[in-house]
Design a protein around this ligand. Sequence first.
Ligand SMILES: NC(=O)N[C@@H](CC(=O)O)C(=O)O
Ligand SMILES: [Zn+2]
Ligand SMILES: [Zn+2]
Length: 428
Amino acid sequence: MRLLVKGGRVVDPANDLDKVLDILVEDDKIVETGQNIYAEDCIIIEAHGKLVCPGFIDLHTHLREPGFEYKEDIYSGTRAAAAGGFTTVCCMPNTDPVADNKTVISFIKEQARVKGVVNVLPVGAISKKQEGQELSPIAELFQAGCVALSDDGRPVRRADLMRYAMEYAKMFDLPIFSHCEDRDLSGDGQVHEGFYSTYYGLKGIPAAAEEVMVARDIILSQLTGAKVHICHVSTRGSVELIRRAKEEGVNVTAEVTPHHLVLTDEVIGSYDADTKVNPPLRSREHVEALLKGLNEGVIDCIATDHAPHEREAKDCEYNMAAFGISGLETAIPVSMKLVHEGKLSLKRWVEAYTVKPASILNIDRGSLTPGGKADITIIDPELIKTVEVEKFYSRGWNTPFKGMKFKGWPFMTIVNGKIVFEDGEIKV
Ligand SMILES: NC(=O)N[C@@H](CC(=O)O)C(=O)O
Ligand SMILES: [Zn+2]
Ligand SMILES: [Zn+2]
């Protein structure tokens, strides 16, 4: 099968391209990008006025299967990804059973093959059952196809265990995706510790709870030489630590979520549990530092931390509610707001979702280079739409953006040369 994407504004930071071009796709490959491509016998995709980008890659998705299918599963989660403009997602191992061995990883890969609609790259657990006591079989996880290691959902408390994890991970060139949180400092905190936690009477989580662990993992990366990727960076201090580490040549990268970039802790005043997320939404000074860090490349990527939950987990007292935001279907519109407001360049924005995550994973995606896999995200930058959770493909309706209007939505998602999402609908 052949597709011809015609007349769109092609933004491909990997190839330093920002130009109106056509793209010809044959089977699962991009065969040509150029002006006025003529080809017979192909499906024409009219892309005038649209942005044509390499397929977006999410480094941080919770697909919840196996074990928590009432929150999400690979069927619903990969459809949410496609509808959100993502062609590849890395799924986190905090499932039940935990993805800490080849049986669970093979199961996830098989489910993704039979019922998934985007590329699913599993992340294996650092420790057995994510209990932080004993290392998972890292060689086995690598052989089973894991692209990274993480105990996300929980921090790795013991520095010695993290050190050994890094030493093993390095042998296979696997990055460690680190959830940085000192549980003694975060305790049973619910929101960012600051003015609003006091004002609204909710227990705080200090910025330091994140920063001390970011510092530790940078130091351990320096010791071991392993690749460390800091998940969901949320504070100014973390940005500064990462900046300094990069200047010193440490093998560290970082991601920020759309919600941490556009919301401050002021929104907790609604007492809506959909504003409850870990790490918590921070105050303005932190949000500004995150944006600056992203602009400067100190923060490499934007990742969703898509964390869907069932209604009951959020429809309760703030203190009782689960942490997490369902993020796949709002990531593009929410983060594109920064582009429309002139706070982030279009090139940097696309880079943060494509070539940057691809290079962290060391995978051959994230560009529109001819000969490569045809993963393409087409965006309508002018489309204005309201976030309607009832129309989500995700089972998780937990988003603080519900009912809000945004400009710039995915128009089409092409995965391995196949149209999986078009104009608001999943096609497979
Ligand atoms: N981010 C969250 O608030 N929740 C995540 C866990 C995590 O990403 O640490 C989850 O699995 O629900
Ligand atoms: Zn986390
Ligand atoms: Zn997470």
